[in-house]
Design a protein around this ligand. Structure first.
Ligand code: NI
Length: 169
């Protein structure tokens, strides 16, 4: 397995729309394993293929404290949504930046696993947030797109400042 490098905002490749997965082979399984390794190495709770510059509809997540509930979704689509929630989100493509985003409270997702087997999943709360956030990545969207221009500029300035500090440290 290998840790892949994560694209950081404002890399234009983060705006790429992912294509559906049509071949469920050993290469896909290896890619899913690499995505988990990359997410765990970065202490993330979710990762979309877009963020590692592979533009296929694959996402991984693990919301558990113990980091032992890996979830891989291929070709996931939200088929039902209910309610709303405000949750403070972060993103591995925006290190150190957090913002409140309003999303559906519950989602029903139809997807496939890495073997191509069909899955239906009902998610609620933080897991529902994570799936919606990662599906946005696959559509070329990022969480700061939901913020007002004022709030977004403030956060992006903070991101720049932190990058400069990290570079000079
Ligand atoms: Ni993200």
């Amino acid at each position: 397995m290998s840790v892949l490098s994560i694209l950081e905002f404002p890399d234009p490749r983060l705006r790429t729309k992912a294509a559906p997965v049509t071949v469920f082979d050993a290469e896909l399984k290896q890619f899913v394993a690499d995505m988990f390794e990359t997410m765990y190495a970065a202490n993330g709770v979710g990762l979309a293929a877009t963020q590692v510059n592979l533009h296929k509809r694959v996402l991984v997540a693990d919301m558990s404290e113990e980091r032992n509930q890996p979830l891989a979704l291929v070709n996931a689509q939200i088929v039902a949504k209910e309610g709303s929630q405000v949750y403070q989100e972060g993103c591995l493509s925006f290190p150190g930046i957090y913002a409140d985003v309003t999303r559906a409270l519950k989602v029903t997702v139809k997807a496939q696993d890495a073997d191509g087997k069909e899955i239906t999943l009902d998610a609620e709360g933080p897991l529902a947030v994570c799936i919606q956030h990662e599906l946005d990545h696959l559509a070329g969207k990022v969480f700061v797109d939901y913020l007002s221009p004022l709030k977004r500029n403030l956060l992006l300035k903070r991101l720049e400042k932190q990058r400069k500090q990290a570079a000079s440290a």
